[in-house]
Design a protein around this ligand. Structure first.
Ligand code: GUN
Length: 283
């Protein structure tokens, strides 16, 4: 029987700390962390994420602006907005919700965001800093995963850590963060041979492959810490992760549920990065 890792509770604790820190920053330095979020078009999932980001800012006392732009927005208009926000002192963090409509080049937009305001940590400068372990911002989802592992009291040093998925947003940076904590890290992906043989070695298994209920009990070592980054929408509208909870939970020592595991942490880590960006302006 695994202990369930409560992402909502861990998230609430971090948000309380951020709220107190936000008050202190305003009192002592007269600055209020500010986040600008840009959404182009009307992808329903993106709209929900952006609304939650706006609510998250309000909850911890940050200033926020949300730009809801029509799907026909041109690249020039979008880059012009990013430039305006780069030069706006009230704004410490800029996030452009992905995916963008097809006619817009995501790479160009990411490159246009001032790395000091890149609270997603998607700009190559910030990606490079993560590689060398000298960073201001951690990418939100992997950072949330690290907090959840930390909340279990697990010491990562020397542990076999297996990450399934090699995306730029989750898998690759996740592997780097586990490596920095002295884990022995393996990244698996769709071409990995004998995946089960690899995952069964994992003391810590992070799954970010985007396939519903992909990891089953026979792929997991007894006592493993299992973190499910998946968010898949089933035909009945319910959310399910990348881990088959029913067969994995009896074998794991700790496991995240979906929903209520990694999901709540992601926006909290965005708020954490926005706080860091605001504080960095004081240096
Ligand atoms: N779309 C889905 N997840 C994310 C994220 O973490 N950041 C941005 N900018 N877009 C996303």
């Amino acid at each position: 029987m695994a202990q369930i890792i409560n992402g909502k509770a861990v998230s609430a604790t971090v948000r309380e700390e951020l709220k107190a820190e936000c008050e202190r920053l305003q009192k002592e330095y007269g600055i209020r962390p500010g986040l600008a979020v840009i959404i182009v078009g009307d992808d329903p999932a993106s709209k929900v994420y952006v609304n939650n980001k706006e609510k998250g800012c309000a909850e911890v006392g940050y200033y926020s602006e949300v730009y809801r732009l029509p799907a026909e927005t041109t690249e020039e208009e979008l880059l012009c907005l990013v430039e305006k926000l780069n030069n706006d002192d009230k704004i410490h963090g800029i996030l452009c919700q992905l995916p963008l409509p097809k006619h817009l080049d995501e790479t160009k937009v990411i490159l246009a965001i001032d790395p000091k305001k890149d609270v997603d940590a998607f700009h190559p400068e910030n990606v490079g800093k993560i590689m060398i372990g000298n960073y201001s911002f951690l990418p939100c989802t992997p950072a949330g995963v690290m907090k959840l592992i930390e909340s279990t009291g697990t010491d990562i040093t020397g542990k076999e850590c297996v990450v399934i998925g090699r995306s730029n947003i989750v898998g690759k940076p996740q592997a780097m963060l586990l490596l920095q904590k002295n884990g022995t890290v393996t990244i698996c992906h769709s071409r990995t041979k004998d995946l089960k043989e690899v995952t069964r070695r994992a003391d810590i298994l992070v799954v970010a492959i985007g396939k519903p209920d992909f990891v089953t009990g026979d792929m997991v070592k007894d006592g493993a810490v299992v973190i499910d980054v998946g968010m898949n929408r089933k035909a009945d509208g319910k959310l399910t992760g990348d881990v088959d909870f029913a067969s994995v939970e009896p074998k794991a020592s700790f496991i995240t549920p979906v929903p209520g595991g990694v999901g709540p942490m992601t926006i909290t880590m965005l708020l954490q990065n926005t706080m860091t960006a605001a504080k960095n302006t004081l240096k």
